[in-house]
Design a protein around this ligand. Sequence first.
Ligand code: HEC
Length: 137
Amino acid sequence: MKKILALLLTATMLIVMSNNAFSVDKKKIMKYGKKLYTTNCSACHQMNGAGIPGAFPPLAKSDFIKNDEKVVFSSILLGNKGKMTVNGVDYNGVMPPVKMNNKEIAAVTTFIMNSWGNKGKVYSPKQVKKFKKSLKK
Ligand code: HEC
């Protein structure tokens, strides 16, 4: 019985510790992502993620992203052009690709997907790397 209790206690402690490590990590990534967003995206998409209707589409609650981080990865890596409809408004603009490394792309995507009412996850540089590979096929 004592052994089981000790085991349970260790397990609980491990869970609590890993959860803490996760949230500290997330805070750091969000802070870094915000910085990257401010310098690389906010001029067009605005600091509140609302964009400018008709000119720059919103990232806040964008139905174009649809909780798919790959849309954000691809926007950064390849840019966007041509007609698109975001939250019912038509756009036909050009977004040039943004030069960023995998770590930066993961952080800015994490920031976007967890800001302004968006509810996403923490994305890793590995996921960006994998996405880049899938583009080459
Ligand atoms: C020079 C202005 C400009 C900058 C800087 C810019 N974008 Fe865009 N972005 C646009 C425009 C314009 C479109 C729409 C293109 C179209 O009409 O085809 C767009 C579309 C998008 C879309 C898809 C539509 C949507 O709103 O969901 C995403 C995602 C996106 N941008 C992410 C980013 C991210 C992330 C950054 C920064 C790393 C960034 N953009 C920087 C102008 C910009």
